[in-house]
Design a protein around this ligand. Structure first.
Ligand SMILES: [Zn+2]
Length: 336
């Protein structure tokens, strides 16, 4: 994820960033900023980023301990007591997830540094949510993108860096998992299987027999969550990573793609209710920020063929990580 840059005017390409004092003027329309303040690039409140990382490590390790307990219990409905041993095993989930999210955000961040576009370090978001323990992470980009080429590089660097960590974690997580027979009265959650998950599962386990299922190790669950997060980030909407890529490739035409994407998300709520939150978030962003992606400073510089091919690769990663029904309550029809 990479968030909206505030209004600003850059005066020196390699010098400090010069911000206009709260003016909403689009730098492309030639209006002069009213108040100018100068500040150096890449100044960080390290303590805040460290604090959020530690808090997210705590919430995800706690959730990870519950995942581990559920994994040890197999498909039985018994839960062991939460103790230090279990909390330590929660690190399987939290360590994997934070590595994937961290790689994704640092991919954006290092590309920002490479192109000298001012940005913050990652903000991890701790959340007492039952399955995830976090709502993800983001960096804030504090400058306008100079060109579509730079916008593209920064947008795609996150998903690719996350993907590189995700794939080995998925294979390793599946190797640590086990195939077990589902009890007839099993009540739990059924996870949607993106094509990459199906492929990795088939490579590790081969075909799973009828009535059995993969009891997913917490490391595998973290990788699965990484797959879903990667797919969501790559959707060609607004200022998601996929939205940045779409704007770099399509320019102003990407607005229509964003609007179609909202309709697709609304349509997907009929396939799985888990899309409801995505559709609502998209509608909120549409109302508050608008459908149009902010301009880049040089709108005319075209995107080179290599980057167009990379955009195609991003679309392939989106397909590999996508599932129409990410998470559903599992209702096994018991044999009479
Ligand atoms: Zn991202």
């Amino acid at each position: 994820m990479a968030s909206t840059p505030p209004p600003f005017r850059e005066v020196a390409p390699d010098g400090p960033v010069v911000f206009s004092g709260g003016s909403n003027a689009d730098p492309a329309d030639g209006a002069a900023p009213e108040v100018l303040t100068v500040r150096p690039r890449f100044e960080h409140r390290y303590w805040l980023h460290a604090l959020l990382l530690i808090a997210t490590l705590a919430t995800t390790t706690f959730v990870g301990a519950l995942h581990y307990a559920a994994f040890e219990a197999g498909f039985e409905a018994r839960m062991p007591d939460l103790d230090v041993r279990l909390l330590a095993r929660g690190l399987w989930y939290s360590g994997t997830l934070l590595a994937i999210l961290g790689a994704h955000e640092m991919g954006h961040y290092f590309m920002c540094r490479y192109h000298r576009v001012d940005a913050t370090l990652p903000y991890f978001l701790p959340a007492p949510l039952p399955l995830t323990g976090t709502v993800g992470a983001f960096i804030r980009i504090r400058e306008m993108f100079p060109s579509k080429r730079v916008l593209f590089d920064i947008g795609i660097a996150g998903p690719i860096a996350g993907f590189v960590v995700l794939v080995p974690a998925l294979v390793w997580g599946l190797k640590l998992s086990e195939v077990a027979v589902l009890p007839a009265d099993f009540e739990g959650l059924s996870l949607g299987e993106p094509p990459l998950f199906q492929l990795a599962s088939w490579l590790v386990w081969g075909p799973v027999p009828e009535g059995a299922s993969v009891n997913l190790h917490p490391m595998g669950f973290a990788a699965w969550f990484g797959l879903i997060a990667t797919a969501l980030n790559l959707l060609p909407f607004g200022q998601l990573d996929g939205g940045h890529i779409a704007y770099a490739v399509l320019g102003r035409r990407s607005t229509s793609v964003s609007l179609v994407m909202v309709l697709v998300a609304i349509g997907l709520t009929f396939v799985s209710q888990s899309w409801l939150i995505v559709a609502v978030m998209m509608l909120v962003m549409l109302v508050t920020i608008g459908a149009r992606h902010p301009r880049v400073l040089d709108e005319d510089e075209p995107l080179d063929p290599t980057r167009r091919w990379l955009a195609f690769a991003a679309a392939v990663i989106l397909v590999l990580c996508f599932t129409p029904a990410p998470i559903e309550p599992y209702r096994l029809i018991a044999n009479p």
